[in-house]
Design a protein around this ligand. Structure first.
Ligand code: 4NP
Length: 173
């Protein structure tokens, strides 16, 4: 096996999932919380985190409306702390899921050359919803957060199902 073969195998052995939105205070922390719960319920072992492409909310806890929406669904995301996407994430995570297409482009543009992380939209995992974005609820109201939550839930349930079938080889691109 070549040197690169060894490198790729090492990077690809562990399932580790990163959710990415713009601010890391609304959609991606909700996705992190929903995925964590779905994975736990299914007995799927996986590292999970979320980040933003922007730096606006580094160090902040999620938006109060995101915390309330998650709580309504039995999940506590109040302890999450905002962080920005960094180069190391492309080595640490086997899969990176963008919540919308602008952030998908932002993630791809920052990927170091040779990165093996599988980068896709969260809704690419849902048959019939490929290419679709989860709308930013930040400038909306509670209903918009609830809509985002239900789309996120659809996405993370599809992810867990596929990861149980295909493990770290699952590819949603
Ligand atoms: P998120 O929502 O990307 O789902 O966390 C946003 C949060 C903050 C801002 C925009 C979107 N902002 O402009 O501060």
């Amino acid at each position: 096996m070549s040197y690169w073969g060894i490198m790729l195998k090492r990077v690809d052995t562990k399932l580790a999932v990163l959710f990415v939105c713009l601010g890391n205070i609304c959609r991606s922390p909700m996705a992190e919380g929903a995925f964590c719960k779905a994975a736990q319920d299914a007995g799927l072992e996986c590292e999970v985190e979320s980040v933003g492409t922007a730096s606006y909310h580094i160090g902040e806890t999620p938006d109060a409306r995101a915390i309330a929406t998650a709580k309504k669904h039995g999940i506590d995301i109040s302890g999450a702390v905002g962080r920005q996407l960094q180069g190391e994430d492309f080595r640490r995570y086997s899969h990176i899921f963008a919540l919308d297409t602008a952030n998908l482009a932002g993630i791809r543009s920052r990927a170091p050359r040779g990165a093996t992380t599988k980068i896709s939209l969260l809704l690419d995992a849902v048959p019939g919803c490929e290419g679709q974005a989860i709308k930013d609820p930040y400038y909306g109201d509670d209903t918009d957060f609830e809509i985002a939550w239900s789309e996120i839930e659809k996405g993370v349930n599809a992810l867990v199902e596929r990861f149980l079938e295909d493990g770290v080889q699952a590819d949603f691109r």
